[in-house]
Design a protein around this ligand. Structure first.
Ligand SMILES: [Mn+2]
Length: 574
């Protein structure tokens, strides 16, 4: 939680989406929802009744047909002819959740059509992301005739040239930005290329489309391709791609499968994360519980553990694998905590700077990215975190919403050995003697973009919501907005003036519980401000008039459902 008071701002719809009170009312009547829900949809850029209707019930029938996605049919034809010719097929994936679910999806689907393929996921520490020549040579030696990449490959022109030289057919499926030169693969399927209906699919979404097309072409009875949407939802949510209309359809339907829990591996992950067997899994539970356990395999263990988990047909085996992943994740958390504490200490000595460069000789390179995110949350400054590996500094950077990190690294490139990424996140490598230069250049770059004194963070609020409006119907309506994600954040509401009836701190004063009364309608509610104990411990809260930025939640306590307000931020009115 932030140490600085954020500036609160009520969101307004874009001019195209804006509706007046009466229009909101009428639209609500037509869609059979409240005008508040219509208002929330206009804030999410929806302008007309049919888009709103599709948003509220995103059925699979609204997915574009397969021939609308360039390269997908060509890829399917090539893959099917390789299968017919008995060519050996290898899937090359990535060690994050998107890459792991994409690998599992392709293998699992093809196995359902009686096609066995081998897979390879590079080790994060030995090789890093993407293709490498040693691996390709080894696949060729194993008699592989077709290489299918998932969630990677678009940047590997050299490596794919080598694969072609060795006589492999190559199909790239990827969703990362292509460079100036495209690899000489037989087929490239990438939503960032021209002609795609959306650039936002995740790697696993692209793999799903290809398998959908293969499903139609292979001889024999087709499989039910919808069975694989659980994997699509996992990878898409974990990769934090915008949940535009197509991704929303894939994710919303995939989440239903995850709730059902037919895949033993996902069921075991839910169980070990403390969820009930038919728990309604949202994007939040994926982000906090399921994805970190899958990622832990790739960060500090062996990503194949996670692939095996997702492919397992045996609940007992799945349970054992999930337990292993859970242990790795616990280890990752400890390590993260240790690095975070050291990083915070360093950051506190740099608060005169608008951008932070933190480094150590011994931080785990699989974890520094998460720590960078935590540092940005806490200090509201762009941050680079570096660690030494094989005599070279390897780093991970995270940005604030208004800052273009990639642009900043471009202006530091004279001291960098390698870098890549986008606006919000990036990776970099540099020689140790360049560290001082990087610090200077980065400080310049940040100051140039943001000025010497970065503006306070802004907290965007969806609407004012008095406590009397928090009803069962509201919860049902808010459920329709799910799944939340980029472009569709969980709504945060502004309260009317409240008075604090009583309060207490708990868990070593880390968290704060409040009993609040809405002064405009007299309704009382219980609220919890997680991780905000420190900030309020010396303030006399009881009796004070405040406003809160909050999200209403239904929580279960002793088997009873009760309303609890999750407090984002508190504003004292006195
Ligand atoms: Mn990805």
């Amino acid at each position: 939680m932030s140490d600085t008071q954020a500036a609160w701002q009520l969101k307004t719809p874009t001019p195209e989406a804006a509706l007046d009170r009466e229009q909101l009312q009428r639209m609500g009547e037509r869609l059979e929802v409240s005008s508040l829900l219509v208002h929330l949809m206009t804030l999410r850029g929806l302008t007309c009744e049919s888009d709103m209707d599709k948003f509220l019930s995103p059925g699979l029938r609204y997915l574009h047909s397969l021939d609308k996605w360039p390269g997908v049919e060509d890829g399917a034809v090539l893959l099917c002819s390789a299968i017919k010719a008995n060519r050996r097929i290898a899937v090359w994936g990535d060690y994050d959740v998107d890459g792991i679910t994409a690998t599992a999806l392709v293998k699992d689907f093809l196995a359902s059509r009686n096609v066995e393929v081998i897979h390879y996921i590079p080790d994060r520490l030995d090789f890093g992301y993407g293709l490498h020549v040693e691996g390709i040579r080894s696949l060729a030696e194993q008699g592989v005739g077709l290489l299918l990449t998932v969630d990677c490959g678009i940047a590997n022109t050299e490596e794919i040239r080598e694969a072609k030289r060795l006589g492999l057919q190559v199909i790239i499926t990827d969703h990362h930005l292509p460079g100036q030169e495209l690899p000489e693969a037989d087929v490239i399927i990438n939503p960032k290329l021209e002609g795609w209906p959306t650039p936002n699919l995740a790697g696993v979404g692209v793999g799903f489309l290809l398998m959908g097309a293969v499903n139609r072409l292979l001889p024999g009875p087709p499989s039910d391709i919808r069975d694989y949407l659980d994997l699509v939802a996992l990878g898409t949510v974990a990769d934090v791609v915008p949940l535009d209309d197509q991704n929303r359809i894939l994710v919303k339907n995939g989440l239903l499968l995850i709730k059902e829990g037919r895949r033993p591996g996902i069921q075991a992950l839910k169980e070990i994360s403390g969820m009930s067997p038919d728990e309604n899994v949202g994007t939040g539970s994926i982000g906090f519980a399921l994805a970190p356990r899958i990622n832990a395999a790739g960060r500090i263990g062996d990503p194949d553990l996670a692939v095996r988990l997702l492919l397992s047909k045996d609940p007992e085996e799945a349970r054992q694998l999930a337990t292993k992943l859970d242990k790795l994740n616990a280890k990752r958390k400890l390590e993260e905590q240790r690095i975070l504490e050291e990083a915070i200490t360093q950051a506190e000595s740099q608060l005169h700077l608008p951008g932070l460069v933190l480094h150590s000789e011994h931080w785990h390179s699989g974890i520094i990215g998460i720590v960078a995110s935590r540092i940005v949350e806490r200090f509201h400054r762009p941050c680079l975190i570096l660690t030494k590996e094989n005599g070279i500094f390897k780093g991970s950077g995270r940005s604030t919403p208004s800052f273009d990190l990639y642009q900043a690294l471009l202006s530091c490139k004279q001291c960098l050995y390698k870098f890549g990424g986008h606006r919000q996140a990036a990776g970099l490598k540099l020689e140790p003697f360049q560290l001082a230069n990087l610090k200077n250049l980065f400080a310049w770059a940040v100051e140039e973009q943001l000025g010497a004194n970065p503006a306070p963070p802004v907290l965007e609020l969806d609407a004012e919501l008095p406590f009397s409006m928090i009803t069962a119907t509201l919860f049902k309506e808010l459920d329709l907005l799910q799944p939340y994600g980029q472009g569709n954040p969980r709504p945060i509401f502004l309260s009317p003036p409240l008075s604090v009836l009583r309060h207490r701190f708990f868990s070593q004063k880390k968290h704060l519980e409040l009993h609040l009364s809405d002064t405009t309608d007299g309704t009382n509610m219980r609220a919890v401000a997680w991780r905000q104990g420190e900030r309020w411990k010396d303030v006399a809260l009881s009796g004070r008039r405040i406003k809160i930025a909050y999200t209403p939640r239904l929580s279960k306590f002793n088997g009873l459902q009760q309303i609890e307000l999750a407090v984002q931020d508190i504003l004292s009115l006195e």
